[in-house]
Design a protein around this ligand. Structure first.
Ligand SMILES: NC(=O)c1ccc[n+]([C@@H]2O[C@H](COP(=O)([O-])OP(=O)(O)OC[C@H]3O[C@@H](n4cnc5c(N)ncnc54)[C@H](O)[C@@H]3O)[C@@H](O)[C@H]2O)c1
Ligand SMILES: CC(C)[C@H](C(=O)O)[C@@H](O)C(=O)O
Ligand SMILES: [Mg+2]
Length: 352
């Protein structure tokens, strides 16, 4: 079982080190880890945020554990050289179109949420975010318009097949969990969203047991914090999913708690090939201070064991240990506590 570990920038190396230590603490036989450069760290060393050798390593692995990329020192570089291109490039090159972002308030941990406890208690949703299309990957640029003014532009589009394959992922998740499905779009304004909605309705015919609703993204943002219990599986595009998942993380308590899995169609001998990362970024404001909460990355490692290695019991072991640490008051600064990165990692390992 080969895992490519790509720590990246800022707090990325700090949080991945703890997740790797958790994996090692499980003592799984046959686990081999390789480390590669991505992001600003790779740019500074190799002149490119996603060096060819990193891509080769990623392709050769059965799963990827990714930290975060992003470095303010690189923000003035041409876009194709910026750290963020590493994660966008990995998703695109590896065909990882299905991004699973579960957001859940653990039972008894409603107090971590800024929402009223009676509202927070119903928050348990799976955001299924399309990850390789939308305005992220359309043509873009800056130009001078006819009025002689500077203008920036980004083309948003989705092809039928792109919507269809991610819709199937969401419908399957809804069918197997018995949860209702809400598709989030902006079909009242955007043609891209109208096509999205039409395709989702077509796919729905294949899943008669799944309850489907559609919601405009502005309304969805409002309801995630006012009525989170209405959401089970949430199907949405790349941009809306990016925004809604940060919102959902705040409703849970912190962005330092939300993991993700990015999956494609490739199967290995162990499970589905995938990339696993916290939903947060490189957090330059707290990088290098040992303050980052590694739980999102540790929970991402649990998702890796589940989806890429078929190790459900070990995944649950990690998730239970994280929940136990939180219940015991092991809280990072992001949750109003004073535990540092290493202390949180150690506390999770003690509870495995
Ligand atoms: N997948 C990724 O690699 C990824 C994701 C998001 C942002 N980014 C990049 O990260 C950089 C910073 O972006 P940003 O500031 O908008 O978002 P961010 O997620 O890095 O940070 C937002 C806020 O949340 C806090 N935070 C984030 N993760 C935390 C953790 N584990 N523990 C405690 N606090 C945490 C940060 O300190 C900051 O105050 C940018 O370059 C951005 O492009 C990368
Ligand atoms: C860093 C950025 C490209 C990325 C995204 O927008 O997908 C991040 O915000 C995320 O949520 O993984
Ligand atoms: Mg994001």
């Amino acid at each position: 079982m080969k895992i490519a570990v790509l720590p990246g920038d800022g707090i990325g190396p700090e949080v991945t080190a703890e997740a790797v230590a958790v994996l090692e603490a499980l003592g799984l036989p046959g686990l081999t880890l390789f480390t590669g450069d991505v992001g600003g760290a790779a740019y500074h060393r190799h002149g490119h945020p996603l060096p060819e050798e990193t891509l080769v390593m990623a392709r050769a692995a059965d799963a990827i554990l990714f930290g975060a990329v992003g470095d303010p020192a690189c923000d003035a570089l041409e876009r194709h050289l910026r750290p963020e291109q590493a994660i966008l490039g990995l998703r695109k090159h590896l065909g990882l179109f299905a991004n699973l972002r579960p957001a859940r308030v653990f039972a008894g941990l409603e107090r971590l949420s800024p929402l009223r406890a009676d509202i927070a208690t119903g928050l348990d949703m799976l955001i299924v975010r399309e990850l390789t299309g939308d305005v992220y990957f359309g043509a873009k640029g800056q130009r001078t318009n006819d009025a002689g003014e500077r203008e920036g532009w980004d083309a948003m589009s989705y092809a039928d097949s792109e919507v269809r394959r991610i819709a199937h992922v969401a419908f399957r998740a809804a069918a197997s969990s018995g949860l209702p499905l809400i598709s989030v779009d902006k079909a009242n304004v955007l043609e891209t969203s109208q096509l999205w909605r039409d395709v989702v309705v077509e796919v729905a015919a294949e899943y008669p047991g799944v309850t489907l609703d559609h919601m405009y993204v502005d309304n969805a943002a409002m309801q995630v914090v006012s009525h989170p219990e209405r959401f089970g599986v949430v199907l949405t595009g790349n941009l809306f999913g990016d925004i809604l998942s940060d919102l959902a993380s705040a409703a849970v308590g912190s962005i330092g708690l939300l993991p993700s899995a990015s999956l494609g169609e490739r199967e290995t001998e162990f499970g589905t090939f995938g990339l696993y990362e916290p939903i947060h970024g490189s957090a330059p404001d707290i990088a290098g201070q040992g303050k980052a909460n590694p739980m999102a990355t540790i929970l991402s490692a649990a998702m890796m064991l589940r989806h890429s290695f078929g190790l459900e019991a070990e995944a649950v072991r990690i998730e239970t240990a994280v929940a136990a640490a939180l219940a015991d008051g092991i809280l990072g600064g992001d949750l109003g506590g004073s535990h540092g990165t290493a202390a949180i990692g150690a506390a999770v390992r003690e509870r495995l």
